[in-house]
Design a protein around this ligand. Sequence first.
Ligand code: PBG
Length: 359
Amino acid sequence: MSTPPETNTLPHSTESPSSPALPANSGDSKPQSPLSLTQRPRRNRATEAVRSLIRETSINPSNLIYPLFVHAGSDDQPIDAMPGCKRWSPAGILTEIARAHTLGINAIILFPAIEDALKNPTADEAWNPEGLIPNIIQSIKYEFPQVLVITDVALDPYNSDGHDGVVDPDGTILNDTTVAILVKQALAHAQAGADIVAPSDMMDGRIGAIRAALDAENFTSTAIMSYTAKYASAYYGPFRGALDSAPKSGDKKTYQMDPANAREAIRELQLDASEGADIIMVKPAGPYLDVIHRLRQQTTLPVAAYQVSGEYVMIKTAAAGGYLNEDKLILESLLGIRRAGADMILTYFAPRAAELMQN
Ligand code: PBG
């Protein structure tokens, strides 16, 4: 990771040089006649002591969920599309979880890169109890029983068509056929020891179907974090590069939400809540702060937000180009998501953010 400039030495910055330490309301060193103002909001910004006293939003490592990519190979592969991220080997991921946990990260979410030979149109590998994800869940829970393990439930990493659902010959993404497979996938994850399953597919009715199946198999303690308002977003590009999971044809607009819609997110929230979701999610995060805010006001359920791969890459590349300060952007972007109303944030910056929060 590049060392960010501490002060205003960035080549293209428009900020003014940092001001010298002056007392509050300075600049008018000897005002002839002070303005007659009963309200001077700057009094509450005068020192770090008062600023920290009135601060409305806090964020700490326990609010973060760390997304991790895993593959079956024995090497930890850098991901070209996401500088600083890796496709971890089953051994490497344990080392990375240990590092993150030392920094205060207590929750992770897993994404598999599956070899092409294991992909087919019905994504059978998605619910193989001996598959990559169930095996990884077991080894993580064995090494770190206290770390919360969340799994992504969707077919795209396993589907030769690259869609989150099964594709009919006519191109339709089949809803109910897909839900039946997602149920098997969620059960395989629960059996392996996942604490939370997180359906990211946006099929109708999958929360209720998964809840019923988990309960029928006595997994009443396995929680569901629903990708409730997941938009058909260009910000997922780098992630699909990381997993080689881009749709082979068409787009995801018949199941992921239209970026123009916010009221529709409330409808999805009402359905997910009634079907038994324990946590709801908005994704992406930064460009959808209004949606986070609306859902926060509409529900007593905890709200998660996913700062996705594109948001990550925008910060990384702007900082690598010398245009912006990476560490400050990490904290400000996460704080903004919290301020909008997210209780927890999924972010590829999790370990670095935790490090920064400790200082
Ligand atoms: C797939 C899935 C995606 C992401 C999480 N789960 C990609 C997609 O829907 O195409 C994106 C995460 C990111 O961009 O960081 N079910």
